[in-house]
Write a protein that binds this ligand. Structure first.
Ligand code: PMP
Length: 418
């Protein structure tokens, strides 16, 4: 692709400075300088409709959040080894959104670290090492977590203690039955190899597997199975958490289960790096007696003040309800498109996976053309799933009906062209 001079120079500089392991979105990369609400702006001032970002979940550069960050940064920025109110006030507030069994929270800077801590705690608590994940799951970048993140591909080998199960696709039978059976088979396989199961960990909306949200409740049997085998259930809420699914604050709540641990990240600080792990006390009791946990930046005062402001906005602006309401409008608009290339839509709140098909076969090339076509129309989405044929649409929670209209109009234009 022929890029304008400025962008071509930035691409060359990236390769020089950052080396070969980074990837950019889109055939024509997007150069951004500013964000506001659901909009992102390039240096010429062109506005891009952000229908993908779940980090800036309450809207890019939200003034209430920025003010809280600035206020705390001007007062005290310190870690968790001094007495300070901020980490406790935020912890109490955050825990008030969870079932009462989940009553401790530990803070990290990234979702990867939260899952890394979760696996350490699980191994200490259960004496097991076995990990069960879905076939195309992503849980993070640390060495331990990459071992159970199969979406990283064949270049990143899975651990010998890791078993994968197919994603809960309702087209392959009732997930309440099939998913439970697959998890049970993985448990049996671990045991047959002399490996004691430690955890079943799932992203509760199965985002990188292609988005599998329905029917609510299907996780119950699998959670019972891992517990019966002496293992724990970890809900990875890094993507669905903080109101996105509309029905509830957390994705696991749609399934009527109470996890042993819940990992949080991305939208928690609306762009400020803050993440954490919420847990039941039995998970950490033994570990806490023997080991200590210190994360220099995890739970620092500025992170907690920022995260507190994010919760205030989610609550004050009714964003979970907005995700439910606008999500339903968005789903209706997408289902109304009636293009033969668009297959099943799977959704919960403002989280959508839309299959792109050639006949009844996955069509990743067409999905890529749609994603790039939308980028040229200044609408940002991506594609997901093991075959890359699922359009992944996941806008900030402040998305409105008007934004849905803009999105649908531009998607129709793209579909007519690609
Ligand atoms: N879990 C899930 C489900 C994720 O999507 C991600 C990030 N894409 C992570 C964990 C890791 O979070 P982070 O990038 O903050 O380490």
């Amino acid at each position: 692709v022929d890029l304008p001079e400025v962008e071509a120079a930035l691409v060359a500089r990236r390769q020089r400075v950052l080396g070969p392991a980074y990837r950019l979105f889109y055939e024509t990369p997007v150069h951004l300088v500013r964000g506001e609400g659901v909009w992102l702006f390039d240096p010429e001032g062109n506005a891009y409709l952000d229908a993908y970002n779940n980090v800036a979940s309450v809207g890019h550069c939200h003034p209430h959040v920025l003010a809280a960050t600035a206020r705390q940064a001007a007062q005290l920025a310190s870690h968790t080894r001094y007495l300070h109110d901020t980490v406790l006030s935020y912890g109490e507030k955050l825990l008030s959104y969870f079932p009462s069994e989940l009553c401790h929270v530990m803070f990290t800077c990234t979702g990867s670290e939260a899952n890394d801590l979760a696996i350490r705690l699980a191994r200490a608590a259960t004496g097991g090492t076995g990990v069960i994940v879905t076939e195309n799951a992503y849980h993070g970048v640390t060495a331990a977590v990459a071992e159970f993140s199969p979406s990283l591909g064949p270049g990143v080998p899975l651990g010998a203690h890791v078993r994968t199960v197919p994603a809960p696709d309702a087209r392959a039978g009732d997930p309440a039955v099939t998913f439970t059976a697959h998890v049970q088979a993985a448990i049996d396989d671990l045991l047959r190899h002399g490996i004691k199961p430690a955890v079943l960990i799932v992203d509760t909306i199965f985002s990188s597997d292609g988005v599998f949200a329905q029917p609510a409740g299907f996780l119950k049997g699998a959670v019972a199975a891992i517990r019966a085998a002496g293992g724990l259930f970890i809900a990875d809420e890094v993507q669905p958490g903080f109101g996105r699914t509309g029905a509830a604050m957390w994705g696991f709540q749609r399934h009527g289960v109470v996890p042993d641990m819940v990992s949080l990240g991305k939208p928690m600080g609306n762009g400020y790096p803050v993440a954490g792990l919420v847990m039941q006390p039995h998970v950490v009791a033994d570990f806490g007696g023997k080991a200590r946990y210190f994360n220099t930046f995890g739970g620092n005062a500025v992170a907690c003040a920022t995260a507190m402001a994010v919760l205030e906005v989610v609550e004050g602006e009714g964003l979970q309800e907005n995700a439910r309401k606008v999500g339903a409008e968005f789903a209706a608009a997408l289902r109304g498109l009636r293009d033969p290339r668009l297959g099943e839509l799977r959704d919960a709140g403002l989280f959508f996976g839309l299959d792109v098909l050639d006949g009844d076969r996955p069509d990743a090339a067409m999905a890529a053309r749609i994603v790039n076509g939308l980028r040229d129309e200044r609408v940002l989405i991506s594609a997901t799933g093991p075959k890359g044929h699922v359009l992944k649409i996941r806008p900030p929670l402040v998305f409105s009906g008007d934004h849905v209209g803009i999105f649908a109009e531009r998607l129709v234009r793209v579909l007519a062209r690609v």
